[in-house]
Design a protein around this ligand. Sequence first.
Ligand code: 0O2
Length: 221
Amino acid sequence: MENETKNLDEYGMYINMLETGKRYMEMMNKYRCAIMEVETKLKVLNTEFSLQYDRNPFESIKSRLKSPVSIMEKLRRKGLPINEEVLEQQIEENLFDVAGLRVICAFQEDIYALSDLLVHQDDIQLLRTKDYIKNPKPNGYRSLHQILEIPVFLKEGKTFVKVEVQFRTIAMDFWASVDHKLRYKKNVTNEEEIMEKLRICADSITAIDEEMQKIRNMIEA
Ligand code: 0O2
């Protein structure tokens, strides 16, 4: 493929463009604003929940802008042609997680309650859902991923921006962050055994999440 033949200097040139080019800084700023919009919406829902039900549906929110290196790696992984003329368009049309939020909830039921309230707001369009809670990945990964499109109002007018929101429980987040760290360990000889152990841990964590949910339901019955 054309992009696979590009050398590292060219790759570096695109990273530099994304880091310092005015056009790309403006593009990244749209994603930054979109993160702020969605975060505010979630915080508003959290406040309303705590007034009505005396509990917070989420414990914390983390957000991040995808780094230029990760953007370029993902475009390459998707096999998309990379050149200066189409770079901005390739990013906007094919990468849905440049703006990313991770919402950490105590209980599984709150994940669905919160995401339902969010995606039904009339300025939000839900573009895609990947429910890795109902359909876990083979390695045991669980999270609800949703791609939203929201309007961002800039001085030159309204623009629509895609944002990825990942919802998971505290326990799922613990598993995913340990899994993420282990992925970067090189020269692992017993990879299959480790994968199997991680999958077993993911299943145990799910069993605990389900028990915790039952306990809350008993308390609130
Ligand atoms: P980072 O640094 O977390 O952003 P698509 O968006 O459909 O084009 P993709 O990216 O494969 O393709 O979509 P998917 O599967 O919905 O989501 C990928 C993201 O989910 C990853 O982001 C991780 O954040 C998370 N994720 C998915 N599977 C796993 C897993 O097995 N373990 C862990 N720890 N996280 C996972 P990135 O792109 O890896 O990077």
